[in-house]
Design a protein around this ligand. Sequence first.
Ligand SMILES: NC(=O)c1ccc[n+]([C@@H]2O[C@H](COP(=O)([O-])OP(=O)(O)OC[C@H]3O[C@@H](n4cnc5c(N)ncnc54)[C@H](O)[C@@H]3O)[C@@H](O)[C@H]2O)c1
Length: 250
Amino acid sequence: MDYGFDGKVALVTGASGGIGRATALAFAASGAAVVVSDVNEAGGQETVSQIMAAGGKAIFQHCDVADTSAVKALVARAVSEFGRLDFAHNNAGINLMGADEYQDEVWDRSIAINLSGVMYCMREEAEVMLAQGKGAIVNTASINGLIGNGRQPAYTATKHGVVGLTRHGALRWAKSGIRVNAVCPGVIETPMTAPMMANPEMRKVLDGMTPMGRLGQAEEIAGAVLWLCSDQASFVTGHPLVVDGGTTAI
Ligand SMILES: NC(=O)c1ccc[n+]([C@@H]2O[C@H](COP(=O)([O-])OP(=O)(O)OC[C@H]3O[C@@H](n4cnc5c(N)ncnc54)[C@H](O)[C@@H]3O)[C@@H](O)[C@H]2O)c1
């Protein structure tokens, strides 16, 4: 779907692969200039190369979203390079599957990246969008931001936190032209879930858990992000949009 984003500028964190890369490619295909960001420079540069090969416009900026000064520099780069910031997809995140999230170090790292990182990004992006009088932010939460997960306290808490931050931002900036929404993916085939998918038994279980009988693709999340950013969603704000093949409908 081409939303006609020519002249618009989009920023995507966690864009070296998976959902972030799919969103960056989709924004570019719709005409936006894209600021691709990640801690993984090689993957981020590959996303930029793919965009340029398809005739789009993109730059890479290294950014650890848990570092406030790096986030400031990221948003400043978007403005210095392209002059504005219309859309932001705050997508960087970790899921330390198998790790004991009750351990201080694992807990702290999850909070820093998955939750504080989203807040730092939103805060900086909103400054630019407030000055423009318009903008759209989409945060990547998860179905674990809406329902419980008995194995992962940190992942579950951070993703619930992202939904809370999204609702906060939506209310805070509702009269200022900035819409803030979240996407809540179910299980999606990306580098994050690849280790689980490598086990055929696990793959069968996960496929079977989803009412549609299959896992989601990164492009299916990108489609939701672009719609939320577009004027087609002009009255949608504060919404955690579930994209999960029916998992949370059960
Ligand atoms: N894949 C799924 O099933 C699924 C389901 C629900 C939610 N999500 C969420 O979607 C988002 C994207 O995940 P994905 O599935 O594409 O996996 P992914 O691992 O491919 O993407 C995550 C990206 O975030 C980057 N990243 C990690 N720490 C960072 C940091 N400190 N600063 C900046 N970038 C950092 C990684 O390098 C990676 O490129 C995450 O927030 C994840 O929690 C994924």
